[in-house]
Write a protein that binds this ligand. Sequence first.
Ligand code: ADP
Length: 200
Amino acid sequence: MAERVIGVTGGIGSGKSSVMRAFQAKGIEAVDADDMARVVVEPGQPALKAIAEHFGPDILTPDGTLDRPTLRAIIFTDPDAKTWLEALLHPLINRELRSRLAAARGPYALLVSPLLFETGQDKLVDRILVVDVPESLQLARASARDGADPEQIQRIMASQMSRAERLKRADDLLDNTGSLVDLEKRVEELHRGYLAFAGQ
Ligand code: ADP
């Protein structure tokens, strides 16, 4: 088990995955909350059955997997459906995160999550790193990455905690407005700090 867990958060397109990869390149293990959100609704998982019962069988694709775009469309327009889904999934995701973090090795491990505060996952971490860029850059980078229309990215941004609120809760900050080389330099600095934090 890792000595310490660092929570890495930031809005869509801020650079969380890029930061995670830079730490992984240093041998640090990371658990990605988005991956766990997919794991808990895989075929055969109780959550998928509950979702199909709640929303009806049309929420599944013909091969029995979750039809994500349809579910996303429902929860964007129906706040009750969103509340129901979150109440179902967040505890399952958090349980999965806890068990993966317990299995992580090394001086410290990362929990990477876009919704660290919104889901109570901040309680699983010892320290919080916020990856930050101005909203215009978030929008530009996320749209370029996903080939999605900016309006859809903006909707996701609106559903996430505000930049100001997130920054208030940061222990550490990675300003990702610069290049990927700048990002790596900042990760190196943070890595040294986290090794010291973990008593290494
Ligand atoms: P997140 O995981 O927070 O949604 P990503 O790490 O996927 O964000 O970054 C969003 C996009 O921006 C990706 O295509 C990534 O390659 C790119 N990106 C991230 N950081 C930088 C940077 N410092 N300079 C240029 N592009 C970047």
